[in-house]
Write a protein that binds this ligand. Structure first.
Ligand SMILES: Nc1ncnc2c1ncn2[C@@H]1O[C@H](COP(=O)(O)OP(=O)(O)OP(=O)(O)O)[C@@H](O)[C@H]1O
Ligand SMILES: [Mg+2]
Length: 268
C-alpha cells in the first residue's frame, strides 16, 4: 500500500487519505524508469551516430580513390577487398541513417485518428504476409483524435506489428497465426511522472512463442535483436516516436501470448 494525503476545498477541517495497492505504485516506478531511459538512450544514440557518420564517409571515399589509383591488374586482384570495405561501409551507413531517423524527421503535428493508423498498419502487414496470418481488430469507436505526428505513429505501430508477424513464422506456415489490435480509453494514467486524465491504450497481442528470455529486459535498447536478420532498431525507434508524443510502450510476454501496449495521452 502507499498513501496520498490531500484536502478538500469544500471541507477544510478534513483530510483526504487515498490508499493505493503497491502494485500500481511499482508499475508507475517502472514506467518512469523506462521513460527516463528512453530520453538518455536517445541522446546517446544521436551523439554516437553522428560520431560514426563522418569518419565512415571518409573511409568509403578513401577506398574508392584507392580503387581508382590501382593499376588495372592490381585492381582485379584487390577489388575483392576494396569491395568488402565499400559494402560494409554502406551497411553501417544504413544503420546510422536509421539511428538518426527519429531526429531528422520534422515532427508534423495534426489531428490523428488512431484507427486510421491501425488500419494502415494492418493493410501493410497483410500485404507483406498474405497467407496464414489473421489480424483481428477490437476498436473502441468512441476514442477521440490524438494530437500528433501520424507518420511517426504509423511507423511505431508498424515496427511492433511487424515484429509480431516475424515471430509468428511457424504459426503462419500452419495457418493459425493471430495478431489482435485493440483500442481503449484509460483514465488517470501516470506516464513519466506526469498524471494524465485520459490516455489511449493501444494493445497489440500475438500468439507467437514470446520474446526470448535472454533479451526480454533489453529489447528497447538499440542493436538488441533476437533474430539473425534483425538490426535491433525497430523497438528503439518505436519507443522514441511514442516518447515524442509524451507516451510510453510497455510489454508483457510469455509463450503463446505477447502484448505490447502503446500508451498515448490525449493532451494533458
Ligand atoms: N512480438 C514479439 N514476439 C517475440 N519476440 C519479439 C516480439 N517483438 C520483438 N521481439 C524480439 O525483440 C527483438 C528486438 O526487436 P526490434 O524490432 O527492436 O529489432 P529487430 O526486429 O530484431 O530488428 P529491426 O526491427 O531493426 O529490423 C526482436 O529481434 C525479437 O527477438
Ligand atoms: Mg523489428
Amino acid at each position: 500500500m502507499h498513501a496520498i494525503v490531500g484536502y478538500l476545498e469544500a471541507a477544510t477541517d478534513y483530510l483526504l487519505l487515498e490508499l493505493f495497492e503497491n502494485e500500481r505504485h511499482l508499475h508507475t516506478d517502472r514506467e518512469e524508469r523506462i521513460h527516463d531511459l528512453t530520453a538518455v538512450n536517445k541522446q546517446l544514440i544521436c551523439n554516437f551516430a553522428h560520431e560514426i557518420k563522418n569518419p565512415l564517409g571518409s573511409i568509403r571515399g578513401a577506398v574508392q580513390l584507392l580503387e581508382f589509383e590501382l593499376g588495372a591488374r592490381e585492381r582485379d586482384e584487390l577489388r575483392e577487398y576494396t569491395q568488402v570495405i565499400i559494402k560494409e561501409s554502406d551497411r553501417l551507413q544504413t544503420l546510422v541513417d536509421r539511428l538518426l531517423e527519429s531526429h531528422r524527421h520534422p515532427h508534423i503535428v495534426g489531428d490523428v485518428n488512431i484507427h486510421e493508423v491501425c488500419e494502415r498498419v494492418r493493410a501493410v502487414i497483410l500485404a507483406e504476409f498474405p497467407r496464414g496470418l489473421t489480424i483481428e481488430r477490437d476498436y473502441d469507436v468512441s476514442v477521440p483524435d490524438l494530437r500528433g505526428d501520424k507518420e511517426q505513429l504509423i511507423q511505431a505501430l508498424l515496427n511492433i506489428v511487424r515484429n509480431a508477424a516475424k515471430a509468428l513464422k511457424e504459426h503462419i506456415s500452419q495457418g493459425d497465426a493471430k495478431i489482435e489490435l485493440r483500442t481503449r480509453i484509460v483514465r488517470k494514467v501516470t506516464i513519466g511522472k506526469k498524471l494524465h486524465k485520459l490516455a489511449l491504450d493501444l494493445l497489440t497481442t500475438d500468439n507467437g512463442p514470446g520474446i526470448p528470455s535472454e533479451i526480454r529486459d533489453r529489447i528497447f535498447f538499440p542493436l538488441v535483436s533476437g533474430r539473425e536478420d534483425g538490426s535491433g532498431l525497430g523497438l528503439t525507434l518505436a519507443q522514441s516516436f511514442v516518447h515524442q508524443h509524451d507516451g510510453l510502450i510497455e510489454v508483457e510476454s510469455r509463450p503463446g501470448c505477447t502484448e505490447f501496449v502503446i500508451l498515448l495521452p490525449f493532451g494533458s
